[in-house]
Design a binder for this molecule. Sequence first.
Ligand code: GDP
Ligand code: IMO
Ligand code: MG
Length: 422
Amino acid sequence: MVDLLLGLQWGDEGKGKIVDVLTKEYDIIARFQGGPNAGHTLEFDGIKHVLHTIPSGIFHKNAINVVGNGVVIDPVIFKKELDNLEKFNIDIETKLFISRKAHLILPTHRLLDAASEASKGKAKIGSTLKGIGPTYMDKTGRNGMRVGDLEFDDWKTKYRALADKHEAMIDFYNVEIQYNLDELEAEFCEGVETLKKLTFIDSEEYIFKAQAEGKKILAEGAQGSLLDIDFGTYPFVTSSNTTAAGACTGLGVAPNNIKNVLGIFKAYTTRVGSGPFPTELFDEDGATMAKVGNEFGATTGRPRRCGWLDLVALKYAVQINGVTELMMMKADVLSGFDTIKVCTAYQYKGEEIQHLPYSIEEEYVTPVYTEMKGWSEDLTKLSKAEDLPATLNDYIAFLEEQLNVPIKIVSVGPDRLQTIHR
Ligand code: GDP
Ligand code: IMO
Ligand code: MG
């Protein structure tokens, strides 16, 4: 049986925290797409951990963590992640398995990402510059290098051919990019040596077998539905399917074996990088959300743009993913707002609509808000649903009614324990 856990907005909803909270109920935690553009934060015992490629179940003894075929891996970043875990005495060789079919991010993929962004000027995507786009381009263009290639002696020949091609492509962009390829390659080879110490598996076989044995699997998404390559705010998206279907292709799970789809959203909205964001705030309210919510990217440290909850977009994400349970994060951040606004429709080309149109750029879309009374109580010490303030319960009830899906978890702080089950 496989459950999916997905971000429903523009990423950073709190997936890492919730995967960590839920891991005790699962045998396997498996990442299915994205790469080190992700930054998944978890906090417990006063320590904050940020994971980029490694699934967020890694701190639990009961679970096996799998990096699936749909993920792209940068051996350099991967090595750093492993180095950070060293002091926690995790038996990495038996707890973390890597799919042979996962693609590798080469140093030149990162350079190509930078060259592409530089050439776009103001129209840049705001990529994390981790090489994600170029690596998925090589995957779908059938030129990529995969983890399984590292088990063959000729991997360096393959590497050279691909890196040489990339160098010619970087020249084509004709932009100023400083780099020392020898240094980058030395670092890459060191990362590869570390990666090769891990257990490589045919992950789809592993997942088939686990399902046949009745194991419980949680597929961990990265990014969010509005960054999906097909259904997101294209071209301001990432290069993988972040939505439910991505778990089928990124792990080899058949659609009819998926049971619960857990959708995570913040009680407001954030976005990092470029692209449209109808409910974005440029006033005191937005600044308060950013400050109280400590809204800085876990991977790049960039400030996150903040705004009110967008129910039009959230409904779309619930539909695309077939969400069966919702989790509302960062409710504590909204404490102290007299009024809370929720976007329930868009004004679009002179009419009010309740679906996501082809473009949600500012020039076409104006949000229509419903106002609700806020709450002033500090939520961060609460642990029981009965103790939630009445106006927060009204907010939750309104969202459940609009989305027609129950909100099963309300998160009131970054720590594992600041989690209220309903
Ligand atoms: P992810 O990419 O979806 O895993 O989310 P990130 O880790 O990038 O961003 C979520 C941020 O919010 C992290 O800094 C978390 O520690 C923090 N966080 C998660 N849940 C809560 C919450 O309920 N309240 C507050 N205040 N912070 C939270
Ligand atoms: P997690 O898993 C938030 C954004 C980037 C940029 C766009 C494309 O932590 O939620 P890319 O590097 O993929 O080419 O960038 O997508 N982005 C994220 N935003 N959370 C993430 O991951 C993101 N991964 C990519 O900021 O706008
Ligand atoms: Mg993140």
